[in-house]
Design a protein around this ligand. Sequence first.
Ligand code: MN
Length: 259
Amino acid sequence: MGNVLNDLADGLLDGSVKVVDLTQVLGPDTPIIHLPEEIAVNSPPFSMKEISKYDDNGPAWYWNTITLGEHTGTHFDAPIHWVSGKDYADGGCDTLPAQNLVGPACVIDCSVETAADPDYLLTADGVKEWEAKHGDIKAGSWVLMRTDWLKLVGLENFLNADDTGPHSPGPTDCCINYLIEKDVMGWGVETVGTDAGQAAMFETPFPAHSMMHGANKYGLASLTNLDQLPPTGAIIIVPPLKIENGSGSPLRVLAMTAA
Ligand code: MN
């Protein structure tokens, strides 16, 4: 094991291991998922209020108070986020095992399909086609759906909603079921939530939430820069804030790849 970490250290120092930032900027313009007001209370937008900035309130220091929902911007979904995962003793931000928060990523490129159809759904067969090219998904891997969503629609159209609701890509229930059978660690996307925009209307509503969290597995939403990762071989680092009984949190997601 010593040699593995020495090799990694050498790679980081000589640049043969590259660190890629998979995080969107967090600020007042960060898009927030919008739930129908008749069924749910919505999360507030991110806001920031200055405490001091090298002034009378604090002569040599600058800091702010921030207000935000746990599920804002690039963020982690813990199992207790969903009612199906509420009873897992290790399913909250403060109780989930650290070992689960660093791991290999399988990146499934759905960018061409999404550009042609914003409601594109990745199926179990789509995952199997990816495996036929890139190898079987190993238990404990993170599976990331690349759509280049931010580049495709921009921040102002990130939710891509009209009077028929939001239109953004995601997984089918059979896709999520297959990933659970493969015993993946979690599922990540480049859209505002881990489910497709139209997932409220699915036969199994919100499968990436209800089924993944029901299996004590995790989610990552509003990732970006997945186009900078290879299909396999990257390692991602995804620790949420250690919020007591937290259901998720914004985080900085980093990936290590061979340059
Ligand atoms: Mn979330």
